[in-house]
Design a protein. Structure first.
Length: 282
């Protein structure tokens, strides 16, 4: 038990260091469909930085997420490789700084849209780049004859995550409702911002009602509908396994061992373990 606790503590230390000092990562551009591109960061050949979707219209560009503040210049360099048109709108998938950090630099020239709960978290945490536009359930932008739609399906990573859907391309950006590295996705709960592992599968069920072929996670490799279905089923399996172990009277240490060995949890996934156990005990 002491050994597992020590391992978990070390892993949390690694995650804290990462969030305070995110690694420098080069940005690449990949075309996903007609007029839809991905700006991704790469580290040792793995796509593990925040993913930005770039949708080109005849009247300007719509971005989905904008990474850290310090990435702004590199992001704009990547955008200009795709199009010389201006960025007109940005959808934030949720409030965390690796997805909204560029907001402050974009706000003078672009409108930024965010879910109301996510905006409240930014305001309460005094985060820079607070968007002027917030919505509760759904918001759409129509630009150059094209539509991008942000939809709130419920709690998951936080209580303010949205799916940003491009109907014409059957594409969706999920932010951290789906995130991972090297092909492995696992849920990350920010319980200080209203997360819920218990409700997460139902949130993904709502998204799966969309007509989707392209699925862009908040971090990691782009996938498809089958990949999202597999992620949804894994989140549900984790919830069921942890709930079952709690009802069997298993300890935090026992549950931690299972999450590490059977579900390939990483430091970021282990961080909210106490909150997860508290939620699923009820």
């Amino acid at each position: 038990m002491k050994r597992t606790a020590a391992v978990l503590l070390a892993m949390l230390g690694v995650w804290t260091a990462y969030t305070q000092n995110p690694p420098s990562q080069a940005l690449g551009v990949k075309q996903l469909a007609s007029d839809l591109y991905l700006i991704e960061g790469t580290s040792n050949g793995a796509s593990d930085a925040g993913n930005i979707a770039v949708y080109i219209t005849g009247e300007g560009i719509i971005l989905i997420d904008d990474r850290f503040d310090q990435d702004y210049s590199e992001v704009m360099t990547a955008v200009k490789k795709i199009s010389s048109l201006p960025v007109k709108y940005i959808f934030d998938t949720h409030h965390h700084g690796d997805h909204t950090g560029g907001n402050a630099k974009f706000l003078p020239s672009a409108e930024i849209i965010i879910q109301a709960n996510a905006r409240r978290h930014m305001s309460e945490k005094d985060m820079p780049g607070l968007p002027h536009i917030a919505f509760t359930q759904e918001s759409s932008v129509h630009l150059g004859g094209k539509e991008v739609r942000a939809i709130y399906y419920g709690r998951g990573h936080t209580d303010g995550d949205v799916a940003v859907y491009i109907p014409a391309l059957h594409a969706v950006h999920l932010g951290d409702l789906m995130a991972g590295t090297r092909g492995v996705t696992n849920p990350v709960m920010d319980y200080s911002s209203g997360a819920s592992l218990g409700e997460w599968p139902a949130t993904l069920d709502g998204i799966l009602k969309l007509d989707i072929d392209i699925v862009i996670p908040g971090h990691g490799a782009v996938t498809n509908r089958a990949g999202l279905e597999a992620h949804r089923n894994k989140v549900a399996a984790i919830r069921a396994r942890v709930s079952g172990m709690l009802h069997e009277g298993k300890s935090k240490d026992d549950i931690g061992k299972v999450l590490l060995s059977q579900f390939d949890f990483k430091p970021i996934n282990m961080r909210p373990l106490d909150g997860m156990l508290a939620e699923l005990k009820n």
